[in-house]
Ligand binder design. Structure first.
Ligand SMILES: [Zn+2]
Length: 376
């Protein structure tokens, strides 16, 4: 009879929570390198003590990245996550570590320190019980996911290229679903220049930048195509000085989300081709789609079905979903490897003060990870 790993990890729950508490009580806002490195050193030591080969990839601006290798073989599975958070040092004083109503609260619990702790316990079990692996495991824990992975994107892509698939330990969707597709996205910045003039005396001499940007905003919003999974939202506008001056400047920031690479190209071209409606107005378009979409391919589906089967063996149902938000899974998938995201904790409140992880779901999630690590 197949081993029920869930029951096994239920017995370790106290130790798992204690480990998570240590992580959470070392606050790690992305911009605080010293703070992030403190936890990084701790995590490195924990995986080293399991017998892993730990490589610390030094960074100047953000925390050092960790590349952790276990096992042999030519094929490798990439396991991806981050230990930076959006919460400033001191958040813990307002949002302390707390266990209440079957949930554990604290900054970074759900997004996504619990995910790293899950991997640690799954791997520890594999090593202690001497369970054979089919592939080498490469854990890549980065430190700047929350601001777009400026210093880690290239490393993530390089590692993904060498891997046969990527498992992303970001939080599960609200209902526990894994994430098999993510939209890509980015931001465009539109700047409009007109010509200033006295609104009363010289109205005809002015070129009203706000009038011009109004035309552009209507056009941009119109690029939205819900069926294709493409949305554009003008999120902010600024312009003008006082009401009796025809404004010579206006600008807008635009959020873009796309589901396919084709749509990313289509929108990029449309944005670059924007042209002024008013004679004498000038447009500058900056920014772009920096995160490619994570597309659900037939190989993604196979990987999901394998995960679903592991959950079934543990006695629970696992579902999948596509989501709008991006993660580092977008970069891994863009390298052409099947990517399964949302394998981390069940909970809620990422980036919010009610951030928490559902305790009951922890043993089953670790069990699925253990099974995936050994099955792939
Ligand atoms: Zn995250």
């Amino acid at each position: 009879m197949a081993m029920q790993w869930t029951a096994h990890f239920e017995k370790q729950l106290a130790a798992i929570l204690e480990e998570l508490r240590t992580y959470v009580e070392m606050e790690t806002p992305t911009h605080d390198k010293a703070a992030v490195d403190r936890l990084g050193a701790f995590i490195a030591e924990r995986f080293r003590s399991l017998g892993c080969k730990v490589e610390v990839i030094p960074q100047e601006k953000y925390g050092d990245q960790l590349r952790i290798e276990y096992g042999m073989g030519t094929e490798q599975v990439m396991v991806l996550g981050h230990f930076d958070t959006v919460k400033e040092v001191g958040t813990l004083a307002r949002e302390p570590w707390k266990i209440e109503d079957g949930r554990v609260y604290g900054p970074g619990t759900y997004d996504m320190k619990a995910g790293i702790v899950f991997c640690y316990f799954a791997l520890k079990e594999i090593i202690e019980q001497n369970i054979p692996l089919q592939s080498k495991l490469v854990f890549f824990w980065n430190t700047d996911e929350e601001i777009g992975s400026e210093s880690s994107e290239a490393w993530i892509r390089q590692e993904a290229k060498r891997s046969k698939c990527a498992l992303v330990i970001e939080p599960a969707a609200g209902d526990g679903s894994l994430k098999t597709s993510r939209k890509g996205g980015g931001e465009f910045f539109l700047k409009v220049t007109g010509r200033a003039a006295h609104a009363g005396n010289d109205h005809a001499l002015g070129v009203n930048a706000i009038e011009e940007i109004a035309h552009q905003i209507i056009a941009i919003q119109g690029f939205t195509d819900y069926e294709a999974g493409t949305t554009l939202s003008v999120g902010t506008i600024r312009g003008g000085t006082v009401s009796n001056v025809v404004p010579d400047f206006a600008e807008a920031d635009i959020d873009v989300r796309v589901s396919t690479r084709e749509e990313a190209s289509r929108i990029t071209a449309l944005m670059q081709q924007l042209s002024p409606v008013l004679p004498g107005a000038r447009l500058v378009v900056e920014g772009g789609i920096c995160k490619p979409p994570m597309v659900r391919t037939p190989d993604t589906e196979k990987l999901f079905l394998l995960a679903q089967e592991q959950a079934r063996l543990e006695g629970f149902a696992l579902t999948e979903r596509g989501v709008g938000g991006t993660s580092d899974g977008n970069f891994a998938a863009d390298e052409g490897i099947p990517t399964l995201d949302g394998l981390g904790p069940v909970g809620d409140g990422a980036h919010a003060s009610h951030e928490h992880v559902v305790i009951d779901a922890i043993p089953g999630r670790i069990a699925v990870l253990l099974r995936l690590f050994t099955a792939l």
